[in-house]
Design a protein around this ligand. Structure first.
Ligand SMILES: *Cc1c(COP(=O)(O)O)cnc(C)c1O
Length: 421
């Protein structure tokens, strides 16, 4: 029996037996007890399944990983301490010093810094490409040492929609995986594996948690990529730190995610805590209901903004005028999340004045949770830049990122109207 996505949100991952707790318990334990040293040795050799130490795996976290893997249609998942840790481990699992990554340039600022600064310091080079370019144009970015292609399905904060099939064709032509960050869409609105993505990452801090209570991330392995193509010796050659285990030979479809867990999570140590996994699971149980409301509310707010003469432009892909309307119709037929960006007349000064007048929408350095929130990149996340530098980076000084919550949409629109006036 295959459940539909709404049912999976509630029923996947944790399946209690007779007389066991109905709700996923928090296994608040770093450690596990065994009846023999022989059993511990087998665990360390990865010849029997089980938990050794909660840096590597934990029963509560495991249930949430299995739920998210089911939602995305992957073979397995690995939860991390943050979205940043998910991006880091997803790439470092297959890239070493001397390797190269091709990434879309329209990605989350934190991921941009990770790639452009930290990865370069480690000897991993990066070429940023315009994700809207032709396949031929993007192909020029590839080098013999390229190991991965990275992009966001709905880019934060530009709300650009990725042509996933185009990106997966380019990646696979070059024998490397497509890794996508699906944070804003969530598997409710889009399941990138169905369009050829090989690895899917999330900042679970956003919609998946949904209530702004815990930082977290996850990596989902589709199980579809052939790592045994000569480009990924870390997966296809013996791992000396596991007595010569070969991930592609010994772990089947879960080769990539097993390496990420037993090697990178073991050595870098960025696990999700059981407590945060419990909170994340509560968020996942209602994700389908919340995403539906976020989308319907955002569509109405975007329409209101696009008809207001104090607003210069609105980016939201369900608007017919939006650059990404066609891609959104194809990849996001049920909606494009709650995040809108728009510019108002009067530039930076007007934007600041507008935001200070909002009563319901809160000024926060967060996005994509159940309460309506607003952020002005030019005076917060990008405040070190001059107006000229901002424009070069594609961020208008008057740009406002508006995260539409699940309140009554008339109250949200009334709040925007009075602030604009
Ligand atoms: C927030 C965010 C991240 C980083 O996640 P954290 O949980 O804050 O570490 C990565 N990607 C996207 C698209 C994000 O919005």
């Amino acid at each position: 029996m295959t459940w539909k996505i709404e049912t999976k949100c509630l029923q996947e991952g944790y399946k209690p037996g007779n007389g066991e707790p109905r709700v996923l318990p928090i296994y608040q334990s770093t450690t596990y007890k065994y009846s023999s040293t022989e059993h511990v040795a087998q665990l360390f050799d990865l010849t029997v399944p089980g938990h050794m130490y909660s840096r590597i795996s934990n029963p509560t976290v495991e249930c949430v990983e299995n739920k998210i893997a089911a939602l995305e249609g992957g073979v397995a998942a690995l939860c991390t301490s943050s979205g940043q840790a998910a991006s880091m481990i997803a790439l470092l699992n297959i890239c070493n010093a001397g390797d190269h990554i091709v990434s879309s340039s329209t990605i989350y600022g934190g991921t941009f810094n990770l790639f452009d600064k930290r990865f370069r310091e480690m000897g991993i080079s990066i070429t940023f490409v315009d994700q809207d370019s032709t396949e031929e144009e993007i192909q020029k970015a590839f080098l013999p040492n390229t190991k991965a292609v990275f992009a966001e399905t709905i880019a934060n904060p530009k709300i650009s929609i990725l042509d996933i099939e185009k990106f997966s064709r380019i990646a696979h032509k070059n024998n490397v995986p497509l890794i996508v960050d699906n944070t804003f869409a969530t598997p409710i609105l889009l399941r990138p594996i169905e369009y050829g993505a090989d690895i899917v990452t999330h900042s679970t801090t956003k919609y998946m948690d949904g209530h702004a209570v815990s930082i977290g991330g996850v990596i989902v392995d589709s199980g579809n990529f052939n790592w045994d193509n000569g480009k990924f010796p870390g997966l296809s050659e013996p791992d000396e730190s596991y007595h010569g285990m070969v991930y592609t030979r010994d772990c089947g479809k879960a080769a990539y995610i097993t390496k990420a867990r037993v090697q990178l999570m073991r050595d870098y140590g960025t696990p999700m805590t059981p407590n945060n996994a419990f909170l994340l699971n509560l968020g996942l149980e209602t994700l389908h209901l919340r995403m539906e409301r976020h989308c319907r509310n955002a569509e109405k707010v975007a329409e209101f903004l696009s008809e207001n003469d104090k607003v210069i432009s609105v980016s939201y892909p369900t608007l017919k005028s939006d650059k990404y309307y066609d891609l959104a119709q194809k990849y996001l037929p049920n909606g494009c999340s709650g995040v809108i960006s728009f510019k108002i007349k009067g530039g930076r000064e007007a934007a600041v004045k507008f935001m200070d007048k909002l009563k319901l929408a809160a000024i926060v350095v967060h996005v994509a949770d159940c309460r309506t929130a607003v952020l002005h990149p030019a005076s917060s996340t990008h405040r070190q830049m001059t107006d000229e530098q901002l424009l070069q980076a594609g961020i208008d000084p008057g740009l406002i990122r508006f995260s539409v919550g699940i309140e009554n949409v008339e109250d949200i629109i009334d709040d925007i109207r009075q602030a604009l006036e």
